[in-house]
Write a protein that binds this ligand. Sequence first.
Ligand code: AMP
Ligand code: GLY
Length: 425
Amino acid sequence: MGMKVLVIGSGAREHAIATTLLEGGSVEEVTVAPGNPGMRRDGILTTQLNPSNHAALIDFVRDNAYDWVFVGPEVPLMEGIVDDFAAAGIRAFGPTKAAAQIEGSKDFAKQLMERHGIPTASYRTFDELEEAERYVRDHGAPIVVKADGLAAGKGVTVAMDADAALKALEDIFLGHRFGAAGAKVVIEDYLEGQEFSLMSFVDGTRFWTMPVSQDHKRALDGDKGPNTGGMGAYSPVPQIGADVVDAAVETIVRPAVQAMSEEGYPFVGVLYAGLIATADGPKVIEFNARLGDPETEVVLPRLASDLGAAIDAILDGRDPVFTWKDSGATLGVVLASDGYPTNVVKGARVPDIPVRDGEHVYYAGVATGDDGGLVASSGRVLFVQTHGDDIASAQKRAYEILDSVDTTGMFYRHDIGAKALASLR
Ligand code: AMP
Ligand code: GLY
């Protein structure tokens, strides 16, 4: 009998986690709470439970005898879902509330990095407008303003001139744009270089890195438009050399895992390092306490070994096995509702997307329409993941697919992977 697993979350990331678990072999049944109706097309079960209702989730896991739980998104982690499961005797893969602070509080993350010499942009924290304004005036631009706490990727302003930074500060302190998250602000130096994501499975003291990937955070082609949750991704990232990845592992991932263990909040789960390859080596932009979205949707398809068996091993204190496909490339493009991320127009009809073996459609913001088909129910609707011998061929397939379907009421970027292709020219 294979294992039964509950995945917490509802997006394309959770669809990819569930699919990868099922493809691995040792997991035979996956339920996603709350999931979405698109996932059900792939034989994934869903249950209408709210990730914040820990008591109901605990009952559900017990009643249905799940082997363990995989927590996808950050919010339940920061609410202590792993601690609550543990107190109920349920194994859950993800960090405790204490360890999840590495994502939940920029100030916590920055202080940890400072104590342990982990390279990151230098920064200062302010809880008062006037002082923050003075710092920006003294320091000049480019400069980066971040609301402390969670603001769903929208709490960051990369200001290329001082006025933009001052406006961001006013929005945070006077406009209360980010609620409680705006009580504190981190102002940091601008880092110049290519951005990449390095995620690792961590068991508290040891870690297993995944292939690197690159997200596309801006809404529009050419990195124009507002920051979003991510519009596309690819893996590997040929313009980031193995020497840079090795440096990131040794100067960032290893000391971070060790520091958290030594300081009494060992990290179990996926540690996501958002990095910039600067002229002085890789530096941290942010840590996340979970798999990245959309990076997961291009990284997990490159796993050659059994994900469920590996997570089960980590949760039992055994040695997990992770092996990755070492050739070829994966790429994927987000199909989003018109107006995303600022004025989302929901309700577009979601077309059937024709994919081949090894390609996937991972659903996110979809609901069941009156005629039983899928309709767009939020900003990011779905993710089309392809693969090829290289990024150029994976990119060609992704746009062949998207260009062949009716995307009325939705849009997508046309240049996912362009930076990798430019670097190879
Ligand atoms: P974050 O929410 O911290 O990931 O920031 C959102 C985006 O802002 C990042 O993906 C980067 O593109 C950019 N960013 C954040 N911090 C910096 C920095 N110190 N220097 C340059 N760009 C940054
Ligand atoms: N792709 C960035 C994130 O997951 O935070």
